[in-house]
Write a new protein. Sequence first.
Length: 350
Amino acid sequence: MIFRQLYDLTSSTYTYLVADEATREAVLIDSVFEQHQRDAALIRELGLTLRYTLDTHCHADHVTGAWLMKRALGSQIAMAAAVGAKNVDLPLAHGDVVRFGGESLEVRATPGHTDGCLSFVLANGKAVFTGDTLLVRAAGRTDFQQGSAHRLFRSITEQLFSLPDACVVYPGHDYEGRTSSTIGEERRYNPRIGGGAREEDFVGYMDNLALPHPKQMQVAVPANLRCGEPADGAGPVGPSWGPVVTTYAGIAEIAPEWVASHLTEVSVLDVRHSSELEGELGRIDRALNVPLDELRARASEVPRELPVVVVCQTGKRSAMAVSILRKAGLERVANMAGGMVRWRELGLAG
């Protein structure tokens, strides 16, 4: 199995990518709209096919990236039928099973934080993705979206604490840097519901949290009832000058094949040392040469009338050059993927 735990700093949200290693089929749990490029890049780089995006509930603190993933990668959107959201391809209910390759997730209804909360149990009870139902040494608040501390107590004790002690708990959020726990740990040590807590104690604790409502609630909830589709139906627009792709490392890249066929529409900046330009890899005609170690001081020499494509031998130095140029105020700039090595491998001329 392939597993990645991703994090959104603004909302303290964990997103989980889970895939079957043999078939490369994957699911993405609790994606974040603003992290779409990062997550899509990881899926592409790992060679995965995203089958489903799953949301544990209708979030109040961030907008889901489910609609963006469907538009970009053709994945299906799965969410609790109880939420009643638009754009859902796979309405989920207690007892359903979501299959991707040889892996599967059992759906358990765990309402209480909201009335549409689900938890997803990995086959054989190895792990559970609990959303905001059960957190590490905490539990999701119950004071809005039809929340109920009584229902949450029953969801945790009946649906989650019935899992094996060794079952790993992957929460939807954490605000203290904790990444995971186990059912056994939470059953013993969770200060809200562990250690044999009774329902009256849990309800009393939860009803007196007195937390402010999430800052993004008025924006997030309506958007999540559309599975993240913007109100105008138009998603973020990427660079208009070319098919620029942002890598998982956050680098804007463009394919050498595109560059070769659009040389009159871009400025090529070669950041190798001048001695390298006469080597076996050659150079691209009319490319401006500014060595990387001189670029900060000479950034003003780079033409800004056209988009800038930066090259080096393999695309590593030029990736740093892109960062330098962006800090110097150039917005239309991208690294040529694979550099001159890839250019020559493809037999490109120019």
